[in-house]
Ligand binder design. Structure first.
Ligand code: OSB
Ligand code: MG
Length: 384
């Protein structure tokens, strides 16, 4: 049950009326990463991002689908998202219905949160642009400095890992996450912890372990990590509750959480003490705010996860973190960790104290640079 007496964080947003839309395009861009990003499930060497461009009465809004071309992190891919958006979601977008009404229509489509988020984000950004408001203002939240966090992929050697952590610490990141996998875990964490005894440090396994690894994972407890993210299967909640009972380290769920209902279930059985909210994975900003509100009310830590987004998705994540409940630093790091040249200006940089400033201006603030999008485009299609 929702705790009584706490107003819904999304009531005002649900009543927004959708504007009339002139055009909708899907534009897929490919950007090389400055370095490969290794995880227990895949090594990504470039970002292939499907963008949505909405034009309405002279205003233009861009959103980014967080799916990859492959189904190695999540079942959704750029191709499934295109299919679901084009054939099922976009036909449900009609002028004069409310955003809450649209969410209701979208509920008939089971899953496919990344596709849903792409459409919802584009509409929210469009409404913000038309009102001359920043996205966080539209969400009803004041500007604030945003905490930073770096996610370091699997490295070839412990020395390379230590060098990457050292750079992050020097820069002033508020926390460092390192990817782990079976066999590349305890000793690698030990190396980082011995060198940086006080660093807020966490690990992300992307589901590489099973309950049979419980004793092995217990060895991580001595390193006082802030959390271990998604140790068990991407589809599991209940075994995480068993593992959480066996560990002193907090478990954070990422892949397992697709909705407020998932989050509420996980919390109620003690499957996690922290939730990584990826707005794309949970179907958009409204569901993200509901999850953060619910979790925070029960003392569960919440942060905004990243999907190696271009500057469009990165900006959305930055605005989202002004919402109630986002209490921990997320996967929000400087653009230069991913791309030599992004498709938006200005790039994300760390300011005083390692904080990130919300880019000023209407919508996401960051300005999409059409020539850079064009230069990186591998596919474009007008849907409406
Ligand atoms: O599991 O959090 C994850 C990136 C791609 C897919 C999954 C994950 C990640 C990250 C990187 O950890 C987060 C980022 O820096 O954007
Ligand atoms: Mg993760």
């Amino acid at each position: 049950m929702m705790p009584m007496g706490r107003p819904s964080p999304t009531a005002a947003l649900e009543s927004f009326v959708l504007p009339r839309i002139d055009h909708v395009d899907l534009v897929t861009v490919k950007l090389p990463f400055v370095a490969p990003f290794g995880t227990s499930v895949h090594v990504w060497t470039e970002k292939e991002a499907m963008l949505m461009r909405i034009e309405a009465g002279g205003a233009i809004a861009w959103s980014e689908c967080v799916s990859d071309p492959d189904p190695f992190y999540a079942y959704e891919t750029n191709a499934t998202a295109r299919h679901i958006i084009r054939d099922f979601l976009l036909p449900l977008v009609e002028p004069d219905i409310t955003l809450g009404g649209l969410e209701g229509r979208f509920r008939r489509v089971r899953g496919h949160g990344m596709a849903k988020a792409t459409v919802e984000n584009a509409l929210l950004i469009l409404i913000a642009m038309q009102r001359g408001a920043a996205l966080h203002e539209l969400l009803g939240r004041p500007a604030q400095p945003i905490m930073s966090g770096l996610s370091i992929g699997l490295q070839d050697t412990p020395d390379a890992l230590l060098a990457a952590v050292e750079r992050a610490v020097r820069k002033g990141y508020h926390r460092v996450k390192m990817k782990v996998r079976k066999g590349q875990d305890v000793e690698w964490v030990r190396a980082v912890r011995s060198r940086f005894p006080e660093l807020p440090l966490m690990v992300d396994a992307n589901g590489d372990y099973t309950l049979a690894d419980t004793d092995h994972l217990r060895q991580l407890d001595e390193f006082h990590l802030t959390m271990i993210e998604q140790p068990l299967s991407y589809s599991d909640i209940i075994e995480h509750a068993s593992l959480q009972r066996a560990l002193t380290t907090a478990i954070c769920l990422d892949e397992s959480i697709h909705s407020l209902a998932d989050a509420a279930a996980a919390i109620s059985i003690g499957a996690c003490r922290v939730i990584n909210v990826k707005q794309g994975r949970v179907g958009g900003l409204l569901e993200s705010m509901r999850i953060a509100h619910h979790a925070a009310g029960l003392g569960i830590g919440v942060w905004s996860g990243g999907m190696d987004e271009t500057g469009i998705g990165r900006a959305v994540n930055i605005h989202l973190q002004t919402a109630e409940g986002f209490s921990l630093p997320g996967d929000t790091s400087e653009t230069c960790n991913y791309f030599a040249e992004d498709i938006v200006d200005p790039p994300v940089v760390l300011g005083d104290g390692g904080f990130i400033e919300i880019p000023g201006g209407p919508g996401i603030g960051a300005r999409v640079v059409p020539e850079r999008v064009l230069k990186r485009t591998i596919r474009a299609e007008r849907l409406r």
